[in-house]
Design a protein around this ligand. Structure first.
Ligand code: FPP
Length: 261
């Protein structure tokens, strides 16, 4: 049976001219990589295709990125799949996306089992169509015991709604006497966010060149390194991920302190 190192070398064989596996330090990988997957629509429109073709192609990029993170040994990969604002899209596009989430989840479950990937969902799932909701629940149930990597998908997620929800939980706990006002700390709030189970992202990638956070993980990315690439999400691949990690490793992370240089 091939070892983890063999699998990694095979996965990253045949590099392009500007990047190779040798350029990243495998001992200093970001523990949590988070991605704002953007540009599916533009990718499709540039090819004269329906936007849904861009979302379908985006699934291939997500699968490749999941595999790349597993091979590298990244502990948490999270991705923004559908925002609380995305309901404003044409009804047909929303329906197709919800359908795509459900069919993709079912199709990719064998990969999660094979690679022992635990699925987490962030967002208000109660508003999702029944089939999508049930599929997500099945995915979370079936993978709950895995620990190779956590894949978190943000679906019907908005950071302001998440923080508001956490504040409401705190207010309720204070009202019930479970929590004292002086115990309302950053940790107490963080424990009530969807992300309570994982460390904050160390690297946040946004594709398609937009310089926005789009209401994504506003609390959790306080000290994340940001990496924006012009590449549209359906063109994002294992090499783009390595370029992002190389850039991350080239940064000096000061967390508000002073430069060591
Ligand atoms: C942004 O591109 C992308 C989305 C809103 C959907 C992301 C969904 C996928 C990548 C499908 C796979 C996901 C799962 C969870 C199976 P956009 O439509 O905003 O692109 P544009 O800015 O070019 O219009």
């Amino acid at each position: 049976m091939a070892s983890g190192a063999d699998k990694l070398l095979a996965f990253y064989a045949a590099p392009p001219a500007d990047i190779s596996l040798d350029e990243v330090d495998l001992d200093r990988l970001p523990r949590h990589v988070s991605i704002i997957m953007d540009g599916n629509g533009r990718w499709a429109e540039r090819r004269g295709l329906d936007r849904s073709a861009g979302h379908a192609a985006g699934v291939d990029s997500l699968r490749e990125t999941i595999t790349a993170c597993v091979r590298l040994g990244v502990g948490v990969l999270s991705a923004y799949a559908f925002s609380t604002e995305n309901w404003k899209r044409p009804r047909r596009e929303v329906e197709l996306l919800m359908d795509l989430f459900a069919t993709t989840l079912v199709a990719e479950l064998p990969l999660f089992h094979q690679e022992q990937v635990r699925l987490e969902l962030w967002g208000d799932l109660s508003a999702l169509p029944a089939k999508t909701y049930a599929t997500f629940c099945r995915g979370m149930d079936e993978t709950a015991g895995y620990s190779t990597m956590t894949l978190a998908l943000a679906v019907n997620y908005g950071s302001r709604a998440e923080i508001t929800r956490a504040a409401r939980h705190i207010a309720r706990d204070v009202a019930r006497g479970i929590l004292k006002p002086e115990d309302v700390t950053e940790e107490a709030l963080a424990k009530r966010l969807y992300t309570a189970d994982v460390c904050d992202p160390e690297l946040l990638i946004r594709t398609s060149g937009e310089l926005r956070l789009s209401n994504y993980l506003l609390w959790q990315i306080a000290y994340s390194e940001l990496y924006v690439t012009e590449t549209l999400w359906p063109d994002f691949d294992r090499w783009e991920l390595l370029r992002a990690i190389r850039a991350f490793q080239g940064r000096e992370r000061r967390f508000g302190g002073v430069s060591r240089g």
